[in-house]
Design a protein around this ligand. Structure first.
Ligand SMILES: [Mg+2]
Length: 399
C-alpha cells in the first residue's frame, strides 16, 4: 500500500486581470480584460466582473468587447506578472520544496510529511492563502486532497478565493456527479465520443467498468477508469530552481545613445537582481545581449568575482560588458541582461568580514525591494550608480 500523500493545488484567481486591478486600484470591481488591445487581439485573461458578461480567455477581443462594452482592456505585462508569480512561489517554498509549477499562476505542492512542522494540509493551505493575500494583495484558490487529480478538482470548486478539501471518505460524493469533461485528459473530442457512448458523468464511467472502457478507448480507457475511482499515482515533479533569470527590451526606435543605454541597463539590472533576491538566490555570471539595427546580435558574458545579488555587485560588470559591444557606434534595437549560475544566497561564503558586509548589503537591498513594491519599480535608483547624464532628461516612462 502506498503511504497516503497530501497534495495541494494552488491557482491564482484571474491572475493577469487581478494584477492589473492590484496595480491600478480604480479598476477594482470593474470588468477588466487583458490581452491584445487591437480588435484582432485575443483575450488572455479577464476579471470575474467581465466573466459575468460571458467573456472568456482565448476569445477574440472584438467579440469580448461586444459582450462587455464597458470593460477596460489592458495589454499583457508579462514582466510584472512574472515578478508577482515569483513572490507567490517564494511563499510556497516556505512550506515545501516539492513544488511542480503548471504555469505562471498554478502549482502542485506535495506537503506529505509537513504535518509536524506546519500542521495538516488544510491548515497549510489556509496559511499560504493568507500570506499571499497579505504580502502580494492577490487571492489564490486552493484544493487539498490525496492526489494531484483530486486536488485540482478541489481548487476549481473553490474558485474564486476559496479553499476546498476532499477527504478520502468524500471522494465518491465529490466525483461521481461530475461530467466526464472534468476528468484529466478529456478534451472536447474524447468528451463527445464518451457522450455518444452514453457516458455522461463520472458515475457512468465507473459503472461501465475497466474492461469495457479499455475496449472502447484503449489505454486511455484504463486511465479514465482509474480516475473515475479517484485514483492518480502521478508524483509531484519539482523542477528545481531556475538556472537563469533575465530581461530584455526592444526599443520603439533604434538607439544610438550609449549613455541612455547604460541607464536602461541599470534599470534592467535592478529589476532582474531584485527577482534573484526574492528567490533567495545569487548569481555567478552576468550576460549582456545587444541586437543591432540590422538584427545581428552579440552577447558578452563575465563571471562575477563571487556570487552576488546586489545592484552594486552586478551593475559595474554589466556596464563594462555593454562597453565591449558597439553600442554608441551602431544603432541598437534590443538590449538584454541575464543573470545565471544561480545558487542559494550565502552558499559559498566563509569569512566573517564578508559576511557582515553582505548582511548590510542584503538589508539595504531588501529595504529597496519593499520601497519598490510600494512606489513602483522605477521609483528609486541609487544615485551613485547612475551614469553621468549628458544633459537631456531621459523619458523614464517605464513599460
Ligand atoms: Mg489561475
Amino acid at each position: 500500500m502506498n503511504k497516503a500523500r497530501q497534495i495541494l493545488h494552488l491557482d491564482l484567481d484571474a491572475f493577469y486581470a487581478s494584477v492589473e486591478q492590484l496595480d491600478e486600484p480604480a479598476l477594482r470591481g470593474q470588468p477588466v480584460i487583458v490581452g491584445g488591445v487591437s480588435d484582432r487581439g485575443v483575450v488572455c485573461a479577464c476579471s470575474y466582473e467581465a466573466r459575468r458578461f460571458g467573456v472568456r480567455s482565448a476569445m477574440g477581443m472584438l467579440r469580448a468587447r461586444q459582450l462587455c462594452p464597458e470593460a477596460v482592456v489592458r495589454p499583457v505585462r508579462m514582466g510584472r506578472y512574472r515578478e508577482l508569480s515569483e513572490e507567490v512561489f517564494a511563499i510556497y517554498r516556505r512550506y515545501t520544496d516539492r513544488i511542480e509549477p503548471l504555469s505562471i499562476d498554478e502549482a502542485f505542492l506535495d506537503v506529505t510529511g509537513c504535518e509536524r512542522l506546519f500542521g495538516p494540509p488544510l491548515k497549510i493551505a489556509a496559511a499560504i492563502r493568507a500570506a499571499v493575500k497579505e504580502e502580494t494583495g492577490l487571492t489564490v484558490s486552493a484544493g487539498a486532497a490525496g492526489n494531484k487529480f483530486l486536488a485540482k478538482l478541489a481548487s476549481e470548486r473553490g474558485k474564486p478565493d476559496g479553499l476546498v478539501e476532499i477527504l478520502p471518505g468524500e471522494v465518491d460524493s465529490f466525483l461521481l456527479a461530475l461530467p466526464v469533461a472534468s476528468l484529466w485528459g478529456v478534451g472536447r473530442v474524447t468528451a463527445e465520443r464518451l457522450q455518444q457512448l452514453g457516458l455522461q458523468r463520472v458515475a457512468d464511467l465507473r459503472k461501465a467498468g475497466e474492461e469495457r472502457l479499455a475496449k472502447l478507448l484503449g489505454s486511455q480507457g484504463v486511465q479514465l477508469y482509474r480516475l473515475s475511482l479517484g485514483l492518480d499515482e502521478r508524483p509531484v515533479e519539482s523542477s528545481g530552481r531556475p538556472k537563469s533569470l533575465g530581461h530584455e527590451e526592444t526599443f520603439a526606435q533604434d538607439r544610438w545613445d550609449h549613455k541612455g543605454l547604460e541607464v536602461e541597463l541599470l534599470a534592467m539590472t535592478e529589476r532582474v537582481a531584485s527577482r534573484v533576491r526574492r528567490l533567495g538566490l545569487e548569481a555567478g555570471c552576468v550576460t549582456v545581449k545587444v541586437k543591432y539595427g540590422d538584427f545581428t546580435q552579440v552577447t558578452r558574458s563575465a563571471s562575477l568575482s563571487s556570487a552576488v545579488s546586489s545592484l552594486e555587485g552586478i551593475y559595474p560588470q554589466a556596464r563594462e560588458l555593454l562597453g565591449r559591444t558597439e553600442s554608441g557606434r551602431r544603432s541598437v534595437r534590443l538590449l538584454g541582461l541575464t543573470l545565471s549560475q544561480l545558487q542559494p544566497a550565502g552558499a559559498g561564503q566563509s569569512d566573517l568580514f564578508g559576511q557582515e558586509q553582505r548582511t548590510r548589503q542584503q538589508s539595504l537591498d531588501q529595504a529597496l525591494d519593499r520601497v519598490r513594491d510600494r512606489f513602483g519599480r522605477d521609483g528609486i535608483v541609487r544615485g551613485t550608480l547612475l551614469p553621468e547624464r549628458s544633459g537631456e532628461p531621459s523619458d523614464d516612462g517605464g513599460e
